[in-house]
Design a protein around this ligand. Structure first.
Ligand code: SAM
Length: 285
């Protein structure tokens, strides 16, 4: 069958709002499966598709049609400068997270951190991007999920970073082997309250351990902040991706724990408070 005919046959199965995306993703998959350039894929309507390739692409389209997120269908995702393997062992990295890591890299360019910690690492997109950006650093990544941590290790190997990163399984700080402090601590912890309703494409496919947190979505971040100062070098910095609801719901907790000048909320691209930055030199007793 001609490529153009096959592609339209698949795309037409999707509801109208999803067709442009499915066309784009199927083109990218065809390029990835064959090694052909995207230039060729987009300009070769008469290319005759081998039967095996037709079957592979049709299976991928069927999985997406059944609700599987395209990133899982594809099996990898670009995140800043690198491609990360993603599957249902970990959350699909989000654009907000890319934004946070980009900001962290820019903030530390003139004084690179020597020791970096990514708690709740999932695919490893945060910690491994930082490790790659700061080649002199040592980076520690932790996750309570051994499956997610295995994915992080695979991504570390694919990026040639295995020698410079250490991965530990366990509950937040308890995963660390000792109390050697860090210059940069970051996390995108689970932060969705258990009562919140999420889109089926998220809740039916992504690991719930990556999404939900008790105490209205604040349990993980409160436990992280409770022990933050113990693991932070003087002059160190911490930054977290959180829910847009937390600026308000965490306000009293933050006021009790830190001086007002020691933390700062930053907005994401949609204009809501998403990132909590902390410089805890003035931590309250
Ligand atoms: C929102 S995902 C973030 C994944 C990745 N850092 C990212 O930004 O795409 C949260 C991660 O925290 C992990 N996690 C959940 N509870 C945890 C805990 N108590 N201690 C450590 N990690 C935990 C989950 O397994 C999941 O990988």
């Amino acid at each position: 069958m001609r490529w153009a005919d096959f592609l339209e046959q698949q795309v037409i199965r999707f509801p109208e709002p999803d067709r442009a995306r499915s066309r784009r993703e199927l083109r990218a998959l065809a390029a990835a499966y064959t090694g052909k350039s995207t230039g060729f894929i987009t300009t070769a309507p008469d290319w005759i598709l081998p039967a095996e390739l037709q079957q592979r692409l049709a299976e991928a389209a069927a999985a997406a049609l059944a609700g599987k997120p395209w990133a899982y269908v594809f099996g990898s995702l670009p995140f800043l400068d690198h491609e990360f393997k993603v599957d249902n062992r970990a959350l699909i990295p989000r654009p907000e997270t890319e934004w946070l890591v980009d900001a962290l890299i820019r903030a530390h360019r003139s004084h690179p951190p020597r020791r970096i910690l990514d708690l709740c690492c999932g695919s490893g997109c945060i910690g491994l991007s930082l490790a790659a950006a700061f080649p002199e650093s040592e980076t520690v990544l932790t996750d309570v999920s051994r499956e997610a941590l295995a994915l992080t290790a695979e991504n570390a190997a694919a990026l040639g970073l295995s020698e410079r990163v250490a991965c530990y399984a366990g509950d937040l700080w308890a995963a660390l082997p000792d109390e050697t402090p860090f210059d940069l601590i970051t996390a995108n912890p689970p932060y969705v309250g258990r009562e919140e309703v999420l889109d089926a494409s998220v809740v039916d496919h992504e690991p719930h351990v990556a999404l939900f947190s008790d105490d209205g979505g604040m349990d993980h971040i409160k436990r992280i902040l409770n022990d933050l100062a113990r693991y932070m070098n003087p002059g160190g910095c911490a930054a977290f991706e959180l829910s847009h609801l937390h600026r308000q719901s965490l306000a009293t907790f933050l006021e009790q724990k830190f001086n007002r000048d020691d933390y700062n909320w930053e907005l994401d691209a949609s204009g809501v408070a998403r990132f909590l930055w902390i410089f805890p030199k003035g931590r309250k007793a």
